[in-house]
Design a binder for this molecule. Structure first.
Ligand code: ADP
Ligand code: MG
Length: 348
């Protein structure tokens, strides 16, 4: 018999399985830790307020490709995608730290561009860059942002608050960032096979822009404040609606009934998905990187969202025993599978 130590490959667990596996034994010991692992940001009691902290890493070749990601956009995206997690808690981002591991491929000029993007995002979202770390990398560029935000204790929204009968709402539209990436990848392959052919993004500014320079939904959080609306649960859509709805249902111990007709899709996505031989709803549900908000509200609050711009009612929270279902435009009902980002792109 072999006495080789047991070895389990990471991909047998998947990203979320791995996080669960490693962090399950971890229990918070400080009373001030209101919520630790498992939400968009951790929530820490801080006097009358709650401090929110979220961190994310972007790795060259996995999350971005320097062949088509302008560094200015990349800096901007690194910030906006992180503060999106603070908005997902109904908080206001205040500070970020920014860390990077640099390969000798990047020049000072390139990093100046990266920082131009970081500064633009900090200005747009009213956050201060307050520190970070700089080191070297043997393989490629690695960026990491930690976002720190603030909220009032009773207004912080977790993934775990959805109740049976709540309405499922979402903002913006879905699938464009995913198709933008497909387009960038396609044009990259064409260029690599013949550098004389220039990339053609004609008429595709919307999808390419959604991929390269996403925005976070500051406006929606402000609209919630103005209308005195506190959603019952919320998450930002980084991995596609299906996957995020599964997170809400798992954390809240409920099921969901999503209407295909309630999932907003931009006309450009309808057109572009045909080019890629894909169903637009598949791109919307499983694409990812939209950085829109998916949230639930008490049905008594419907008047508060009905007249707010860019918010759509997409379904209803049901009992956990009913599962998580999609009601298609064709009248069929089937399980909503959480394929997410990993399935489509092997990322994360
Ligand atoms: P999001 O998509 O909103 O950025 P993630 O899926 O990255 O969230 O993370 C889900 C939760 O798991 C978060 O609470 C995050 O802080 C936590 N998490 C992720 N990786 C680790 C890790 N290596 N150790 C501890 N917690 C982690
Ligand atoms: Mg998130």
């Amino acid at each position: 018999m072999s006495d080789k130590p047991e070895r389990t490959e990471i991909n047998t667990l998947g990203e979320f399985g791995l996080i669960d596996h490693l962090t399950n034994p971890i229990k918070s010991i400080n009373k001030s830790t209101l919520v630790g692992i498992g939400d968009d940001a951790a929530a820490i009691e801080n006097g009358d307020f709650v401090t929110l902290i979220s961190t994310d890493m972007l790795v060259e070749g996995i999350h971005f490709d320097l062949m088509y990601s302008p560094l200015k956009h990349l800096g901007y995206k690194a910030v906006t995608t992180n503060i999106s997690d603070i908005y997902a808690m109904n908080g206001i981002p205040k500070q970020i730290t920014f860390s990077m591991a640099l390969s000798n491929k990047v020049s000072v000029e390139a990093l100046e561009e990266l920082y131009e993007g970081i500064r633009a995002a900090c200005k747009r979202y009213n956050v201060d860059l307050i520190g970070g770390d700089t080191t070297s990398s043997l393989t490629g560029l690695v960026l990491s942002v930690t976002a720190i935000g603030q909220g009032e204790k009773e207004k912080i929204v977790y993934r775990s608050g959805a109740k049976v009968g709540d309405l499922i709402c979402c903002t913006g539209d879905f699938g464009a960032a995913y198709l933008g990436l497909q387009l960038l990848e396609r044009e990259k392959q064409i260029y690599l096979s013949n550098p004389k052919i220039q990339p053609n993004f004609e008429g595709q500014n919307y999808s390419v822009g959604r991929q390269l320079k996403p925005e976070a939904r500051k406006d929606i959080i402000e609209a919630f404040q103005q209308n005195k609306l506190v959603p019952t649960s919320m998450i930002d859509v980084s991995d596609g609606i299906s996957s995020e709805l599964h997170h809400i249902c798992k954390s809240s111990n409920v099921g969901a009934f999503l209407e295909e007709s309630g999932v907003p899709i931009h006309p450009d996505v309808e057109m572009l998905s045909i080019q890629f031989n894909m169903d637009p709803i598949t791109c919307a549900l499983s694409g990812g990187e939209d950085y829109e908000l998916l949230f639930t509200i008490d049905p008594n609050d419907i008047e508060k969202v009905k007249y707010l711009p860019d918010i759509y009612i997409s379904g209803e929270i049901v009992d956990a025993s009913e599962g998580i279902k999609l009601h298609t435009k064709g009248g069929n009902i089937h399980d909503l599978t959480a394929q997410g980002w990993t399935h489509l792109k092997n990322k994360d």
